[in-house]
Write a protein that binds this ligand. Structure first.
Ligand code: MG
Ligand code: MG
Length: 253
């Protein structure tokens, strides 16, 4: 069932989204060469709890941490450990928070120091594909219009779209219906309506679209070992169009 949210509910979802956006803003200066991933995770957890919220991923299906931290060929769901970030890596950080029963979900990919042109362009295209997907999320459009906007943009550069993992409805649960794929043909699936809240999250690979799961049962990585980027926003669909709820400082201007 796809839930339609009241303005009051959207306001609470927006609060949780602001907490995750603030968390990633707070982390930015620490996501540098030499940083230990587990330290980033502890910093994020303390920051979220200090605001009366709860890290949404910790304990979700047994996930052990606050952040998913995915390095280079890791697509998503990397488990924080004592690995140290190195110059030239790109690192996806995905964060969720729950406050007063409602969820926010947001991810960015960070460059660690100077990265290769290939990686920088992949990150830039993935971020832009998210914005194009969001622009397609207006009342009267269909769920697949979002994926079509994302896929048709990134494939122009020769990149590929991960199929196994998708965006999702969000609100009183972290993952709700509908599923929001990052690929597809226009005008298919559920019709978008005012009051829907969804997380749009393109996972875009430099090489092939295929992925595999590590033996830890969590980490998803590209089948060919090439880099992958991931950006995610939680949005509300309003009468005026899509409204990004997880805006960080850069988007708030
Ligand atoms: Mg996420
Ligand atoms: Mg998500």
């Amino acid at each position: 069932m796809v839930r339609i949210r009241t303005q009051r509910e959207i306001d609470i979802i927006a609060t949780s989204c602001q907490i995750v956006a603030d968390t990633l803003d707070m982390l930015t200066e620490h996501v540098i060469p030499g940083a230990r991933i587990i330290d980033l995770d502890e910093r994020a957890e303390a920051f979220i709890r200090n605001q009366g919220a709860r890290p949404a991923f910790k304990g979700y299906m047994g996930f052990p941490a606050t952040l998913c931290v995915s390095v280079d060929d890791e697509v998503v769901h990397g488990v924080p450990n004592d690995r140290v970030l190195e110059e030239g890596q790109i690192v996806g950080i995905d964060c969720g928070a729950e406050k007063d029963g409602y969820y926010g979900d947001h991810a960015r990919t960070f460059a660690i120091g100077k990265v290769s042109d290939d990686k920088q362009k992949l990150m830039d295209a993935t971020r832009e594909s998210l914005m194009r997907g969001i622009a397609a999320a207006k009342p009267g459009n269909y769920v697949s219009d979002i994926g079509y906007a994302i896929q048709s943009y990134v494939e122009k550069f020769g990149y590929s779209v991960v199929r196994e993992l998708v965006g999702h409805g969000i609100g009183s649960e972290l993952h709700e219906e509908p599923q929001v794929p990052n690929y597809g043909q226009p005008k298919q699936g559920y019709k978008l309506r005012e009051g829907m809240c969804i997380a749009i999250e393109p996972m875009i690979n430099l090489g092939v679209k295929e992925v595999k799961t590590d033996s830890d049962g969590w980490t998803i990585r590209t089948a060919d070992g090439e880099a992958s980027a991931h950006f995610e926003h939680t949005i509300a669909i309003t009468a005026k169009g899509p409204e990004i709820l997880s805006k960080g400082e850069a988007l708030r201007g």
